[in-house]
Write a protein that binds this ligand. Structure first.
Ligand code: SF4
Length: 237
C-alpha cells in the first residue's frame, strides 16, 4: 500500500490510519501489530525520528482497534536535572492517583465538586498534585521538587495506551519487531538509491502519490520475479 504525505506528524499518522483502513476494506486484513519504521523524508534527504507514530492519539487509536503498537512512545517526562521523573511514581488506577517514592498520594481532586464541569472528566491531560504541607516536610524534597512548593505530575491523554506500548517495548517480540522493521527500511533505501526517488519529478500530493505508487509497484514486481523466477529454456543440443 502507498499513501504519500507531507512530512508532518499529523499527516503521517493520518496516512497510517488510511492504509490500515484500506487493508481492512479491500482485503479484510486486520493486523495484530504495527511496527513503525524510521521515516524517510525523500524531499530533503533526511531521516526523521522513529517516534513520530508514538504520539498518544495514534497509540490510543491502535489500542482501541486491538492492534499492538510496536512503536517507541513519545515521552517528554524524563528529567535531565537528576530529580525524579514520572516513572519513579507509581500509578494507582483504582484510586485515580500517583504514589510518590515516599508513599504519599498525588491527586487530581481532593474534594467532590457539586459542579460536574469542575470534576473529573476522564479526558485529556490531567494534573496530579501532592499536598504542599507533605512536600515541605519531606526528606526527599531536593530529589523530587527542589524548585516547587509541591510536586506535580501530568498524566497525558491516552496514557493507558502509552503504557501498553511501553510494556510491549520490554518484550522479546518487540526485539524481533525492531529487526523486522529493517526490512522495510531497506525498501526505503532501495527507493532512494536504485529507483531514484531522492527527488520527485511530479508536483503536489497527487504527483507524489503517483510516483510512489509506480515505484512500489516496481518493487513488488521485482520481489515477485525473485519468488517465481522465469522458467529456464532448455539448452538446444
Ligand atoms: S516531595 Fe512530596 S511528592 Fe516528592 S517524595 Fe516528598 S512527599 Fe512525595
Amino acid at each position: 500500500g502507498v499513501e504519500a504525505t507531507r512530512s508532518i506528524r499529523q499527516a503521517e499518522v493520518g496516512a497510517t490510519r488510511t492504509m490500515l483502513e484500506k487493508a481492512k476494506d479491500r482485503f479484510d486484513l486486520h493486523p495484530e501489530r504495527l511496527i513503525a519504521p524510521l521515516i524517510d523524508c525523500f524531499a530533503i534527504n533526511c531521516r526523521a525520528a522513529d517516534t513520530a507514530y508514538g504520539s498518544g492519539p495514534m497509540l490510543g487509536w491502535l489500542v482501541d482497534r486491538k492492534i499492538a503498537p510496536h512503536i517507541p512512545v513519545i515521552d517528554k517526562s524524563d528529567r535531565q536535572d537528576g530529580t525524579w521523573s514520572r516513572d519513579d511514581f507509581e500509578w494507582d488506577a483504582d484510586n485515580d492517583q500517583f504514589i510518590c517514592p515516599e508513599g504519599h498520594a498525588l491527586k487530581q481532586f481532593r474534594r467532590n465538586y457539586s459542579d460536574p464541569n469542575r470534576g473529573q472528566t476522564g479526558k485529556g491531560r490531567a494534573k496530579y498534585r501532592a499536598l504542599k504541607l507533605t512536600c515541605q516536610a519531606c526528606p526527599s524534597k531536593q530529589q523530587c521538587c527542589p524548585n516547587a512548593e509541591a510536586r506535580t505530575i501530568t498524566r497525558e491523554e491516552h496514557e493507558d495506551a502509552r503504557q501498553v506500548a511501553r510494556d510491549i517495548a520490554k518484550t522479546k517480540q518487540y526485539e524481533t519487531s525492531m529487526k523486522l522493521r529493517k526490512k522495510v527500511e531497506m525498501l526505503f533505501a532501495h527507493l532512494k538509491r536504485i529507483l531514484g526517488l531522492r527527488r520527485l519529478r511530479l508536483r503536489g500530493p497527487n504527483g507524489a502519490n503517483d510516483e510512489f505508487l509506480l515505484a512500489a509497484t516496481a518493487q513488488n514486481l521485482r520481489k515477485l520475479a525473485k519468488v517465481f523466477p522465469a522458467p529456464q529454456k532448455p539448452q538446444s543440443a
